[in-house]
Design a protein around this ligand. Structure first.
Ligand code: 0O2
Length: 214
């Protein structure tokens, strides 16, 4: 049984590894252009089996490796791209849509339409071709694009939900709603002084390059 899961998950592991390299390369390319870098950092993971199991219960699909699972749980392979500013999220989405190495099959804009929980992020499901010994295998990968503030909120909320098994006490829920609002305002404030920040970052980069040459 373990072997079956290993075999099923292998292309997902490969896809996450490959896409991490590719998306991090995007960041390096921006850096070389000497302008604003919309990508702060990239992370990736293959969904742990226990979380896949929980998802199958939620979606009422059998917990067994195969096509049904792959189509009902499209985030077995997941990448996250963190950005400084809300506008950067849109920039990254445009660049991803134009790529030729995968095909975008679904988009969910929780940035402009936040979830009831207060969650904000942009989700893309892409179909990514993995080269295997038995030929090409297309798999779904979820790419989440969000600002640092959205990411901070989501990771805290995720941890708390895990602790309380999804039944957050009302007081904590209220605090999280306030925190979501604060994160939203932080994004707005940072966007308002974006030009100042960009200029400062440019000076800092030039200064560092000059000091390294000495
Ligand atoms: P994990 O542990 O991050 O993998 P659907 O039922 O299809 O409408 P579904 O399948 O939940 O909704 O898809 P959706 O809404 O696109 O969410 C998929 C992922 O987005 C989640 O995966 C989370 O990573 C993130 N997410 C969605 N809503 C929330 C939220 O309210 N709070 C936080 N912190 N993250 C959220 P998993 O499998 O739930 O979790």
């Amino acid at each position: 049984m373990d072997h079956q899961w290993d075999q099923f998950l292998a292309p997902y592991v490969q896809a996450v590894d490959e896409l991490k390299v590719k998306l991090k390369a995007m960041r390096s390319h921006y850096r070389m252009e000497d302008g604003h870098v919309p990508i702060e950092f990239v992370t990736g993971r293959v969904k742990p089996l226990i979380s896949i199991y929980d998802k199958t219960l939620e979606k009422n699909v059998p917990f067994q490796p195969g096509l049904a699972l792959a189509s009902h749980v499209p985030d077995i392979a997941g990448l996250r791209i963190m950005c400084q500013f809300v506008d950067d999220v849109e920039t990254v989405v445009h660049v991803l849509r134009a790529r030729k190495d995968f095909c975008v099959v679904e988009e969910r804009d929780y940035v402009t339409n936040k979830k009831e929980s207060g969650y904000r992020s942009y989700h893309m499901i892409v179909e990514y071709p993995v080269q295997t010994l038995r030929g090409e295998k297309k798999i779904f990968v979820e790419i989440q694009i969000r600002t640092l503030a959205m990411n901070f909120w989501a990771s805290i909320e995720h941890t708390l939900n895990y602790k309380y098994e999804g039944n957050l006490p009302e007081a904590i829920q209220k605090r999280l709603e306030n925190a979501a609002e604060a994160a939203f305002r932080l994004d707005e404030e940072m966007s308002a002084i974006r030009d100042e920040i960009n200029e400062a970052q440019h000076y800092f980069k030039t200064y560092k390059e000059l000091s390294n040459r000495r």
